[in-house]
Write a protein that binds this ligand. Structure first.
Ligand code: SIN
Length: 330
């Protein structure tokens, strides 16, 4: 990779979009990493750029990773298909977006199953958690390289939400997750699945009234600008499957594959160590930018738990009772 040959325009674009622009040399194999998040402080942006920086330095002359953030190459609906077609080699989609490939990842979406991100990280290190990395390998050729935590999720809406009955009758944008859809229905609200890139516009124009996301997504996508407030429900995890295809891995020499996997593993560990700090910083950024955050008393929070937890039962068969117990008890 040539180190310094950015034009002013590409540099400006890179800084605004959080892109790690690589200038690949002719002999290097270009590895495209597409994702949907933006800004410069988002945990996924930081981790993807760090992966690119490390591969491009340590595997210089062999692999050259180019990162395309903010749905600039592929959005939610196309990225998995693009990976299978070989149009991109690395992705980090939310675990909530794999419903058409496996019901197992629904375990990560069950409301209130994880007390916090440390609990979720503990689960990903259990045998059950590690096995799930390859849940789609057999039939889809997708290979999980690691779990990247993003944060716990919070509800925002065009009106203040303090107890679940405040959400009754509202429309909430959700990811393409059956668990999330049922969870919203349990609140007496309507779920509407939509791509991440469309959420700001949908909130602004009133196509939906609210959404659920992490501090980092709410800040970097400016959702707080078009919502009354965000409530600290802490109800669900958002985490990513940092992934590639078995075809890409098989195409590397065994030495290159081992080096790439080693870097991927170290970047994953570092990303998960830094995520709590990034989330706290983006929570503070929302307040600094004028966004409003509602805290809950334990009794108010308990109402959210009581309303949404019955959803577990509906997915026990698809996800598996043992897997749910392993995650809850990790
Ligand atoms: C992401 O963080 O990758 C997107 C999350 C969403 O679709 O809400």
């Amino acid at each position: 990779m040539k180190k310094i040959s950015l034009t002013l325009t590409s540099l400006a674009l890179a800084l605004t979009a959080g892109t790690a622009i690589a200038n690949c040399d002719p002999g290097e194999r270009v590895v495209k990493f597409s994702h949907v998040t933006g800004g410069t402080t988002h945990p996924k942006v930081v981790a993807a750029n760090s992966l690119a920086e490390r591969v491009n330095t340590e595997m210089n002359g062999k692999l050259c990773v180019e990162v395309f953030p903010n749905s600039t190459l592929f959005g939610d609906s196309k990225e998995l298909e693009a990976l299978l077609l070989g149009d991109v080699q690395l992705l980090a989609p939310s675990l909530s977006k794999f419903g058409s490939y496996t019901p197992k990842y629904g375990v990560f979406d069950l409301p209130f199953i994880f007390k916090d991100m440390d609990h979720a990280i503990r689960f990903t290190k259990t045998e059950e958690g590690k096995d799930l990395l390859l849940a789609m390998d057999d039939y889809a050729g997708f290979v999980g390289l690691g779990y990247w935590m993003s944060g716990m999720k919070y509800f925002s809406a065009g009106k203040e939400l303090i107890v679940p009955s405040d959400a009754e009758g509202l429309k909430f944008r959700v990811q393409t997750s059956d668990v999330s859809k049922q969870m919203i229905s349990a609140m007496g609200a309507s779920p509407q699945a939509m791509a991440f890139s469309e959420v700001y516009g949908a909130l602004q124009t009133g196509v939906v009234d609210g959404q659920e996301n992490t501090w980092s997504n709410i800040y970097t996508k400016k959702f707080y600008e078009v919502q009354d407030s965000t409530t600290e429900t802490n109800h669900q995890l958002l985490a990513y499957l940092f992934m590639t295809s078995s075809e890409f891995l098989a195409s590397l020499s065994s030495a290159d594959r081992a080096q790439f996997i080693q870097i991927a593993d170290e970047v994953t560990q570092a990303a998960n160590l830094n995520v709590k700090v990034a989330e706290a910083a983006n929570r503070a950024n929302i307040l600094k930018a004028g966004g409003k955050i509602n805290s809950l008393t334990p009794a108010q929070r308990q109402q959210w738990v009581d309303t949404m937890s019955p959803v577990w039962k509906q997915f026990e068969k698809d996800i598996g009772k043992d897997l749910i117990q392993a995650a809850a008890g990790a």
